[in-house]
Write a protein that binds this ligand. Structure first.
Ligand SMILES: [Zn+2]
Length: 115
């Protein structure tokens, strides 16, 4: 039984790794949360026009969870957005609570490094 569980969890992890995305394909600017489409796909959304307030994305692990990243200093936790050449970097790293998928990753120039 223990061996079977081990094979199962190895397959589970392998499958999860396959579903993972390694980069976001584009950056889309929207004025407000109302401008977000239902399906975020592999895009990064910067919300708030010239004064970005949020970066919104679909979790790149493939779980479908939406991640809202706060950029406003008045709320905690806060992330730092670097938008350069149409590509996004966020600091510090991003994580999704364990109750969901527990993903932890870094976004640099739209590329994802899994932690
Ligand atoms: Zn996820």
């Amino acid at each position: 039984m223990a061996v079977r569980m081990n094979v199962f969890s190895q397959l589970w992890y392998a499958w999860r790794r396959l579903r993972r995305r390694n980069r976001f394909t584009k950056v889309v600017m929207v004025d407000s949360m109302d401008g977000l489409p239902k399906r975020l796909e592999s895009s990064l959304y910067v919300v708030g026009g010239s004064q970005p307030k949020w970066v919104v994305m679909s979790c790149p692990c493939g779980c479908g969870e939406r991640i809202d990243v706060n950029l406003m200093r008045t709320q905690r936790p806060t992330w730092q957005l670097l938008l350069q050449g149409g590509q996004i970097s966020l600091h510090p790293s991003l994580w999704v609570p364990k109750e969901h998928c527990g993903s932890h990753f870094i976004i640099r120039n739209n590329h994802i490094t899994w932690v």
